[in-house]
Write a protein that binds this ligand. Sequence first.
Ligand code: ZN
Length: 122
Amino acid sequence: MQCERCKALITEGEEKELHGQILCEDCYIDLLSPVKACDPWAVHSAKKFLEEQGNEPQLNQLQKEILELLHEQGPIDPDKLAEHLQLKKTDIERELASLRHMEKVRGGLRDGRRLVWIWDLD
Ligand SMILES: [Zn+2]
């Protein structure tokens, strides 16, 4: 059996299926993993998606809490955010990546520290 994406041979029984495609495990994980924050295509399609959704981004509870905290506290270290919300760093990073795609938060270095803040904040 062959992966339809990378053409690698797949051991019988180890193939995965996604959107009707037979995939090897690597491709499967690749396609399932969250989009990279710096991927302009992802930003583009997230925006397009939001436009189709009627411009009002669908925020999950966690994302709302993150935005609230950022509103209250100003620029904050993502680690602090994780601590504050009692979440794993990986969870926080995932939510921050989606929020960046929705142009709700930005991240960057301020005084040599990595911080995130509300998109509209100068
Ligand atoms: Zn593959």
